[in-house]
Ligand binder design. Structure first.
Ligand SMILES: CCCCCCCC(=O)SCCNC(=O)CCNC(=O)[C@H](O)C(C)(C)COP(=O)(O)OP(=O)(O)OC[C@H]1O[C@@H](n2cnc3c(N)ncnc32)[C@H](O)[C@@H]1OP(=O)(O)O
Length: 255
């Protein structure tokens, strides 16, 4: 999909989405951004005001150099805080018919991927996006996720053993209801544990939950300079939207 103004979410749509998240999950408790990546500079100022640490619309870009340029232009602004660990994350996504598993329901592999990706984002700080990898993922499938749903994966890190390179996280996949219907697939990294991820609320339908063990890699396939950090951040969000087939759904700009 080409990366054009038409495929970008409008700033108003993002404001609306973040406001709804704040209302539902008390994100106003989240401190100022540690790092933020976005496709347009106007997202940056808004998200910093909103104290959201990481806000990435999953618009798909054709051209790597174009992507890098966009990320370079904004990532420096919070580099001093970039080393802060990120203990919470939210992924908002649309799961469509291309993910069919049981009749009328979403495939369990796609559900596991979303849960895994959200815990991975909560586990890995911006400064080291590939540091921790999934060693173990245990998924409880509680209800069929209807095809064509909007879902939220709410993740947090509950235990970290730096000396032993281990990190434990959890995530819940809940029905987003009306909350995410005006956004494309997106991910937010948070600086504090997401309280809402720890508990069920009566307002939410919980489709699945997962616990995971992430282990810090001893040997990396490559050394990450700033350039590849940015590339990794872009690729990561694209991988989420890619495995969800998000490009198959036209962006809805109306609120
Ligand atoms: C959208 C993107 C979001 C970003 C997140 C991406 C998440 C992913 O999808 S990652 C991709 C899937 N995962 C992988 O490919 C990982 C492949 N596996 C590996 O690389 C290695 O096995 C790795 C790094 C996990 C562990 O290897 P290694 O460094 O040799 O571990 P090792 O030293 O033996 O063990 C370290 C500790 O972890 C424990 N451990 C390792 N693997 C496991 C496991 N599978 N189950 C339980 N415990 C384990 C060990 O028991 C040990 O514990 P302790 O310190 O208490 O003795």
């Amino acid at each position: 999909m080409a990366f054009t103004e038409d495929t970008l979410p409008s700033l108003e749509a993002w404001k609306c989405f973040v406001r709804r998240l704040e209302e539902r999950y008390g994100l106003r408790e989240v401190p100022r951004a540690s790092w933020l990546g976005a496709q347009r500079p106007d997202f940056l100022s808004h998200a910093l005001q909103q104290r959201v640490a990481y806000l990435l619309p999953a618009a798909v870009c054709d051209d790597l150099s174009q992507k890098e340029a966009r990320f370079c232009s904004i990532s420096d602004q919070s580099s001093t805080e970039a080393k802060v660990a990120v203990p919470g994350a939210i992924i908002a996504a649309y799961v469509g018919r291309n993910l069919q598993g049981p009749s009328g329901g979403v495939h369990g592999g796609a559900i596991a991927s979303l849960l895994d990706a959200s815990i991975g984002m909560a586990t890995n700080p911006r400064s080291d996006p590939d540091g921790y990898v999934t060693a173990q993922l245990v998924v409880n499938y509680r209800q069929i996720v209807p095809l064509g749903s909007y879902v939220l994966a709410l993740a947090y890190v509950h235990d970290r053993e730096p000396a032993r390179r281990k990190c434990y996280g959890m995530s819940r996949l809940v029905d987003a209801g009306a909350l995410a219907q005006s956004t494309d697939t997106c991910a937010l990294q948070l600086q504090r544990p997401l309280e809402a991820a720890r508990r069920d609320t009566a307002r939410e339908r919980v489709y699945a939950d997962a616990t995971a063990l992430f282990v810090r890699q001893r040997h990396r396939p490559e050394t990450h300079g700033e350039r590849s950090l940015q590339t990794a951040a872009v690729n990561r969000v694209e991988s989420v939207s890619g495995f969800l087939g998000a490009q198959a759904r036209p962006w809805r700009a109306s609120l």
